[in-house]
Write a protein that binds this ligand. Structure first.
Ligand code: AHM
Ligand code: MG
Length: 345
């Protein structure tokens, strides 16, 4: 029964975290990690809003390890995230979309959480002022990432990769922050999903969406249908069937695609339906990364009563073999995910 008890009580993310700590659903260390991520998101939100006037649009001039051109804001957001996590003192290893390899944090004080994140997803939308977001998740360390190994960079690095390569089912926390007409921070610590909207006058995330649940089904699909010709037969048949009303027939589905995972996902969570980034002939595993995109989003969707699958297996069951590994993703209302799977399995 989380929520304000008086009309004037401001029920913020901080209040919520304190209550969760009292209940024992988050450790003190994890609460500190989440607070530091929220701070990073506030800062990124303000940078995104001001990008056009502070010369932060356009390319940074380099490509990341995955060969993608980095935008200025990709680079800045990564720095903001890393700084906030470092100064939290509770993070042992961090892995980011924008870094080649996971990095050990020297300033760790306690907790040692392994934090994975995409600091700014959908950044191709930035220069047009369209929604973008940050995605994150945390694991307990699986292998000691010992400071004494710092002298042996090779060993240190292997240790970090081992820590990071855990299946999504081991995540202890996941969330995202949407930078749009409002800034919304959505979080799970595996006890349901909670959404907080940023109140810029108070400077805090305020609880606005307690215990979010995805509708059982929903007639909205969100795919980059431009890739249709390169999809497998089953998926093409599925797509065709949505246009005649899907499983129950009737009204055709509506198409909605921003090209920002966080925005498309947030709508799917609230209104129901399905988001998909399938594999195609050229990229058999699609485009999205398991560790810091598909796994956290699948955990959130499952916690909201929905599902996340590659079309063949549950995303949270996959143990990553590489930090930037890609997998196909279908997430959303349970009935919609079952329906797409019936064409693929
Ligand atoms: P990014 O991490 O480089 O920003 O790419 C991820 C984004 C997702 O937000 C979005 O769902 C997808 O790429 C869109 O890809 P496409 O343009 O191929 O439809
Ligand atoms: Mg991304």
């Amino acid at each position: 029964s989380a929520g304000p008890s008086s009309e004037y009580e401001l029920y913020t993310l901080t209040t919520w975290l304190l209550k969760e700590e009292q209940k024992g659903t988050v450790t003190n260390e994890l609460a500190v990690v989440i607070s530091s991520i929220a701070l990073a998101c506030k800062q990124i939100g303000s940078l995104v809003t001001r990008a056009g006037v502070s010369n932060l649009t356009g390319l940074a001039g380099a490509a990341n390890v995955q060969g993608e051109d980095q935008k200025k804001l990709d680079v800045v957001s990564n720095e903001v995230f890393c700084n906030c996590l470092r100064s939290s003192g509770r993070t042992g290893v961090i892995a980011s979309e924008e870094e080649d390899l996971p990095v050990a944090v020297e300033e760790t004080y306690s907790g040692n959480y392994v934090v994975v994140f995409d600091p700014l997803d959908g950044s191709s939308n930035i220069d047009a002022g369209i929604s973008v977001g940050s995605i994150f998740g945390a694991y307990e360390p699986s292998e000691e990432c010992r400071v004494e190994d710092m002298d042996d960079p090779e060993k240190m690095m292997q240790n970090c990769v081992l820590n990071v390569c855990q299946p999504g089912s081991s995540l202890v926390m996941a969330g995202y922050c949407l930078y749009s007409s409002s800034t919304v921070f959505v979080l799970t610590v595996k006890e349901g999903v909670f959404g907080f909207t940023y109140d810029s006058l108070v400077g805090e995330f305020v609880l606005t969406h307690p215990n979010m649940k995805v509708p059982e089904s929903g007639k909205i699909y969100s795919f980059n249908e431009g890739n249709y010709a390169t999809w497998e037969k089953g998926l093409q048949e599925y797509m065709d069937s949505l246009k005649t009303g899907g499983a129950d027939g009737g009204k055709p589905y509506s198409a909605r695609y921003i090209g920002s995972l966080v925005g498309d996902f947030h709508r799917t969570l609230l209104y129901g339906g399905i988001y998909g980034y399938p594999g195609d002939k050229r990229n058999v595993n699609g485009k999205l990364r398991l560790l810091y995109e598909c796994a956290p989003m699948s955990l959130i969707m499952e916690q909201a009563g929905g599902k996340g699958t590659t079309g063949r297996e549950r995303v949270l069951d996959i143990c990553p073999e590489a930090v930037h590994q890609r997998v196909p993703l279908f997430v959303g209302s349970p009935k919609e995910v079952d329906y797409v799977e019936s064409f693929l399995k």
